[in-house]
Design a protein around this ligand. Structure first.
Ligand code: NAD
Length: 499
């Protein structure tokens, strides 16, 4: 049984409510955790408020905060195997993917550990010669951090590391169904020893715990990663005290392939782009947009390769793709596929649950490919968040750009071509926060991450990611203070003017 972490204590839900956490591969219960309420959340917020306003955290130097974060990064490496196993048990993703996630998480803490004391502020030119004027960044205060279930600890760490590096206090809420690695992370925080009340963890539903984190006037900032529905509710709830907002939302991301691209590499990456983690990736390249002249050959190759993807238990060495996260999510991916069929797209592969007897207890869906898709279709406009690829065609560079941008989303996109001038022209026209040329998916702590349009507000990662967690203060110092006699001068000047 695992609990919440509030004000330096592991605490049960005040109502004693609990939730069973299940493995999406076989529906077995892997852990039981406390299920918090609004009341528990208010306690966590108060702990973070007191720690920020009155605790010793504020007197630590930025270098000391960085040292704590560096220790966290080292501990993540030490516990990498345990963390990766927990992540795979809870999400169904392959252990290889979870190990890579943990590398990324250690890297994010290491990066922000280094960045914590690097911003020394900025001297600015003042019009008054007897003055010194500078700009400093300060922590925003109490931060609510709300994470999704697809990359439970990775997405949480993209928020925790910069928020703490900047000197804020935090309350993290993981998705209700995937709390296990976040709980382990807080055991690491406890081992490293943050001052009382700085790091808090609440567990429970978005509708109560999440909503309190968004509404509560003692919170100064909310950082959210998830879907549009929750995102809109959070923005409304956060407006009460004008919280600062950071939103990482969905995407329906184009992967554009020109005829002059390296064919085999582009085929290989077309698969990674969409089927990685069973498509449950916000930046999944779920819209393959092919130059018409290569369409048939390319589709044939992608279908052949996709047939070979081995679906199964994330703990088996041969497995390349696990289940989706839950029964509800499986049902929603199936509905999405039906929608595609009804809209007239051609189903060329998959579309159903696999028959293998050993997969019947898991939330599996076969990798699915639709051709003859166009931008008026729901399945081209909306994300399935499952292993579903839609394929469109184009005949000119302009058309490829127009199709790619015909979306309410703007998270990520890729272009494949051997013509670097064209690659540059195309990516500069794409209305997306991340673009890749002849690649798909790379992200790292040094580069910003976030969306244009309805894919989000603000950026995570990089030096920009830490700025999201800061307020800007201008400090002006008069180096030669003496009476100004403003009112005397006003009188003298007024007398000079003919009124
Ligand atoms: P979700 O929006 O259902 O839930 C995300 C989190 O918000 C969970 O912790 C949930 O409990 C909480 N929540 C739900 N309703 C809430 C409310 N009213 N108030 C406060 N909190 C609430 O999303 P999900 O299903 O967990 O994740 C999938 C979505 O996340 C997809 O749309 C995906 O594209 C997006 N995503 C985006 C990024 C990115 O970097 N842009 C990364 C990962 C996932």
């Amino acid at each position: 049984m695992k609990h919440m972490y509030i004000n330096d204590q592991w605490v049960e839900a005040s109502s004693r409510a609990t939730k069973e956490i299940i493995n999406p591969f076989n529906q077995k219960v892997i852990e039981t955790v406390s299920r918090g309420s609004r009341e528990d959340t208010k306690m966590a917020i108060q702990a973070a408020r007191t720690a920020f306003d009155e605790g010793e955290w504020g007197s630590l130097t930025a270098t000391e905060r960085g040292n704590l974060l560096f220790q966290v990064s080292q501990k993540i490496k030490e516990y990498q195997q345990e963390l990766a196993k927990l992540e795979s048990l809870n999400t169904g993703k392959t252990v290889t993917e979870s190990l890579a996630d943990m590398d990324g998480i250690a890297g994010v803490f290491q990066y922000y550990a280094g960045l914590a004391d690097k911003d020394g502020g900025l001297m600015i030119e003042s019009p008054n010669p007897n003055s010194v004027s500078r700009v400093v960044r300060e922590p925003v205060g109490v931060c609510s951090l709300i994470a999704p279930w697809n990359y439970p600890l990775l997405q949480a760490s993209w928020k925790l590391a910069p928020a703490l590096a900047a000197g804020n206090t935090v309350i993290l809420k993981p998705a209700e169904i995937t709390p296990l690695t976040s709980i382990k992370m807080y055991e690491i925080f406890e081992e490293v020893g943050f001052p009382k009340g700085v790091v808090n963890l609440v567990l429970g539903p978005g509708s109560t715990v999440g909503s309190e984190l968004a509404e509560n006037p003692k919170v100064d900032l909310i950082s959210f990663t998830g879907g549009a529905v929750a995102g809109r509710q959070i923005m409304k709830a956060a407006s009460g005290n004008f919280k600062k907002i950071s939103m990482e939302l969905g995407g329906k991301n184009p992967n554009i392939v020109f005829a002059d691209a390296d064919f085999d590499t582009a085929v290989d990456y077309a698969l990674n782009a969409v089927f990685f983690h069973a498509g449950q990736v916000c930046s999944a390249g779920a819209r393959l947009i092919l130059e018409k002249s290569i369409h048939d050959r390319f589709v044939e190759a992608v279908v052949e390769r996709t047939k070979q993807i081995k679906i199964g238990n994330g703990f088996d060495k041969d497995t390349q793709m696990g289940p989706v996260i839950s029964a509800e999510h499986l049902a929603s991916v199936e509905d999405y596929i039906q929608m595609g069929i009804q809209e007239g797209a051609t189903l060329v592969l998959g579309g159903k649950r696999p028959n293998a007897p050993e997969l019947q207890k898991g939330f599996f869906i076969e990798p699915t490919i639709f051709t003859n898709c166009h931008t008026k279709m729901y399945i081209v406009q909306e994300e399935s968040f499952g292993p579903v690829l839609t394929i469109e065609t184009f005949e000119s560079e302009e058309e490829a750009i127009r199709l790619a941008n015909d979306s309410v989303y703007g998270l990520a996109g890729a272009v494949w071509t051997s013509d670097m001038n064209r690659a540059e022209r195309v990516v500069r026209k794409l209305r997306m926060g991340t673009t890749w040329i002849n690649d798909y998916h790379p992200y790292f702590p040094q580069a910003p991450w976030g969306g244009y349009k309805q894919s989000g507000i603000g950026r995570e990662l990089s030096h920009i990611g830490i700025e999201e967690y800061t307020e800007i203060k201008h400090i002006y110092m008069n180096t030669n203070p003496e009476p100004m006699n403003w009112f005397k001068k006003v009188k003298e000047k007024t007398e000079l003017i003919e009124l």
